[in-house]
Design a binder for this molecule. Structure first.
Ligand SMILES: C[S@@+](CC[C@H](N)C(=O)[O-])C[C@H]1O[C@@H](n2cnc3c(N)ncnc32)[C@H](O)[C@@H]1O
Length: 379
């Protein structure tokens, strides 16, 4: 977190902690994953509203932050394996790892799996991400909230399976087990799937729509909150729909019943393949998915759509992308974002559109992150 943002959060924590509350996690304070476990949840929502409205100054702000379950909400947790420990980075110290025994943000089944894996993992060679030496880099645990299905992926720096003991500990109660190869310098928990020990995917379900998720595909971190947001998006969709940054097609497929047709654009091929498989799995005939850079796609195809939905990565959108969107002239634009600062700046630049509403959702309780959603209509 940038220093200015951290100081602002420190100020808000002091203001909203009140009597305080007991953190559920034994690692709270040392682990960098959470910031607010000692602030009562209802106060976290007030704190985030004040923070959010500071950023949205001049745009109208939000009346409330839509709440989540405060614990056991996360679909995904990436546990780093380094320096003889397995867990998350120490608060403010990227070079250090806290040896985590349990994480109450994870859903229950994935936390239980993590506990079962810890012992065998600690007996396996980890990966020193400072010296770039070693074998096991990350364990990625994913649990689909509405189906309960469980996936574990092991990110390793050699194209070999040296994980027999760990895999044995995982395989029984898990729906999908994969090994991903990644020997790059970038510290990421993605990689090329080179061994599928079990299935290679899990399924999530939003209402009647099923989503197949593979190890490298993005899926929203909190299914209950994502579903609430997707319902709002679906209510505002009309005609020909473009879904930029479409991932495994979750928004596209969820809104397809209200659309004439939907085109999803996503740059990760594995996610596009998932989206196509998901379309067929659900028998949805009016959706297509294109593997392309969103900006390159929009440059060529600006005026074919009535509704454009965009849900970019945290870094936000390129200024040219915003210009294309502003000039392209769809009737409605729906902007979903996990970065309120980029969201606010980008909304201000869409001057041919008028803002109908903004909403904010607590996708990530106990942490400073939040998700925003806006509807814009052509002036
Ligand atoms: C925040 S996720 C949104 C996924 C999806 N809308 C959902 O709700 O699950 C952002 C997605 O944008 C994709 N992405 C990132 N940069 C992109 C680009 N320049 N063009 C197209 N897709 C991109 C990522 O691979 C990721 O799947």
């Amino acid at each position: 977190m940038k220093k200015k943002k951290r100081l602002e959060f420190q100020r808000l924590i002091e203001e909203y902690r009140g009597e305080g509350t007991l953190p559920e996690c034994p690692h709270f304070g040392e682990c960098g994953g959470c910031l607010f476990q000692d602030v009562p949840y209802e106060n976290q929502l007030l704190l985030k509203r004040e923070y959010c409205n500071g950023i949205l100054a001049g745009l109208g702000g939000v009346d409330r932050i839509v709440a989540s379950e405060p614990y056991r909400y996360r679909n995904r947790m990436d546990m780093v394996t380094a320096f003889g420990r397995v867990g998350l980075r120490r608060a403010g110290r990227y070079r250090d790892v806290v040896d985590v025994t349990t994480c109450p943000l994870m859903q229950a089944r994935s936390d239980e799996l993590f506990k079962a894996l810890r012992g065998p993992v600690l007996e396996t060679e980890g990966y020193d991400y400072l010296a770039h030496r070693g074998y096991l880099r990350y364990i990625v645990l994913r649990q689909a909230m509405f189906t309960g299905q469980l996936m574990v992926s092991f990110v390793v720096a050699a194209r070999e399976n040296r994980l027999e003991g760990v895999v044995d500990a995982a395989a029984g109660g898990v729906d999908s087990v994969s090994l991903l190869f990644n020997d790059g310098l970038a510290d990421t928990s993605f990689g090329e799937p080179f061994a599928t020990i079990k299935e290679g995917w899990i399924e999530e379900r939003f209402e009647s729509i099923r989503f197949r998720i593979t190890p490298n595909s993005f899926f929203q971190s909190n299914s209950a909150v994502a579903l609430a947001m997707y319902r709002r998006i679906r209510d505002s969709v009309e005609g020909r729909v473009l879904d930029l940054y479409s991932g495994v097609g979750s928004i596209s497929l969820f809104v397809a019943e209200r659309a004439l047709r939907v085109t999803g654009v996503e740059m990760v091929r594995e996610a596009v393949e998932c989206a196509l498989a998901n379309r067929d799995l659900n028998g949805i005939a009016n959706a297509e998915f294109i593997c392309a850079d969103a900006r390159a796609y929009l440059r060529e195809r600006q005026d074919d759509f009535d509704t454009v939905i965009f849900d970019p990565p945290r870094s936000g959108m390129h200024p040219k992308m915003l210009r294309y969107l502003n000039d392209s002239g769809p009737r409605a634009m729906i902007y979903m974002s996990c970065n309120p600062s980029a969201f606010a700046a980008e909304l201000r630049s869409l001057d041919r559109y008028s803002l109908q509403w903004i909403e904010a959702y607590d996708m990530f309780p106990q942490t400073p992150h939040l998700e925003t959603l806006a509807l814009l209509m052509r002036r």
